[in-house]
Design a protein around this ligand. Structure first.
Ligand code: P6P
Length: 352
């Protein structure tokens, strides 16, 4: 394969700057925010890649197991995201999956267009000790104009209002995937030059639902229509899914990323006893729902589109069915038929 012509390489920096030039009124504030998240991810991956060796005292552990007092990686990643974003005048506030409260910054006459950044700094961090991929998930929302210091309701915006969303997967390679509503684009980190290089432009979820991804040990706690859907995907004779394989990593970003590129559906349904899901709406589900939507897929709770839900709390959890649009819609129809049969709702179209 001919050596890559470096003069034609698109880096995250050049790509974001070019996108910015397409909006003459833009002053590059938003672009800078995306670039800074890219910088934070490079610092995070520099730690994650040495996970087995590092302790928070900077010495190289010998046990290969979490050392007593070792600062857990997700808190280390959270510190990196917080310190990277907090000083930027364009950041009106940050909220993290690892912090109960949001952090708002006064405008102090700063630039008018400011943003709120929400993130899960290191989702799947429990897998790092066994070398399984983890990731950073983020979304960027506009801070309402005229708000001197954002309040809680300014953070609780539905996903469809996000200006951008994305994730970084720390896997066999590190990849930064994001959307600003103009398609989904992936940049692979070239560690030799420390740059994210455009490697996957305009990602679309393949029509073939190659993977069924769920923690099937929770099957007994799923509601009946979800069990029916899972059985249909795995054991049914539906020609659309006879080639579907079960794949579950237990790291949301890794499971989602595989399905984004290969095709598939990921489920983390509600526990039928508590009615609650596990995954966070603001920090995990809504950002990935924006990516899925922009890539031609769909994300729902089974009864409503994730992007339409206005959060009621920072740490709100919701059920998540995300990926291949046809499969997610099939699940939605099964839920709808179940609800109608029980008289829980009148016949209407499922979310799409
Ligand atoms: P379970 C990781 O802890 C996480 O938050 C997601 O990354 C992942 O999809 C899910 O939990 C796995 O949960 O119950 O299957 O171990």
């Amino acid at each position: 394969m001919p050596a890559r012509e470096w003069d034609k390489v698109d880096t995250l920096e050049s790509y974001v700057s070019r996108e910015q030039r397409m909006h003459p009124q833009s002053r590059g504030v938003f672009s800078d925010l995306l670039r800074r998240i890219g910088v934070a991810s490079k610092v995070i991956v520099s730690k994650v890649n040495k996970a087995g060796l590092l302790t928070d005292k900077g010495i190289f552990g010998r046990s290969g197991r979490p050392e007593p007092g070792r600062r857990t990686f997700h808190l280390l990643a959270n510190d990196i995201m917080r310190s990277t974003l907090s000083w930027m005048p364009a950041v009106a506030g940050i909220a993290s999956r690892d912090e109960e409260e949001m952090t708002s910054f006064p405008a102090n006459g700063a630039i008018s267009s400011r943003y709120i950044v929400v993130y899960d700094a290191l989702d799947g961090s429990s897998n790092i000790d066994v070398n399984i991929s983890a990731g950073t998930i983020f979304a960027i929302y506009r801070c309402p104009i005229g708000v001197e210091q954002p309040e809680l309701e300014d953070y609780l915006q539905p996903g469809y209002k996000a200006a951008a969303a994305g994730y970084v997967i720390y896997g066999s390679s590190t990849m930064f995937v994001f959307t600003t509503g103009q398609g989904v684009h992936g940049f692979t980190l070239d560690p030799d030059i420390g740059e994210y290089i455009l490697s996957h432009e305009n990602i679309l979820i393949p029509d073939d639902c190659t993977c069924f991804s769920a923690n099937e040990s929770h099957y007994a706690r799923w509601d009946e229509p979800t069990k029916r859907f899972a059985d249909h995907m795995r054991f049914g004779d539906d020609p659309r899914y006879t080639g579907t394989s079960s794949r579950y990593i237990g790291s949301l970003v890794a499971d989602f990323h595989r399905n984004l590129l290969y095709g598939g559906v990921f489920l983390y349904p509600a526990d039928c006893e508590t009615g609650e899901g596990k995954l966070r709406l603001l920090f995990e589900c809504a950002p990935l729902a924006m990516i899925a939507d922009q890539a031609g897929g769909l994300a729902t709770t089974g009864r409503e589109r994730i992007l339409d839900i206005r959060p009621t709390a920072l740490q709100q959890r919701v059920p998540l069915i995300i990926g291949n649009r046809e499969a997610v819609e099939l699940h939605g129809r099964m839920i709808r038929d179940h609800d109608i049969a029980l008289g829980l709702r009148r016949p209407s179209r499922p979310p799409s």
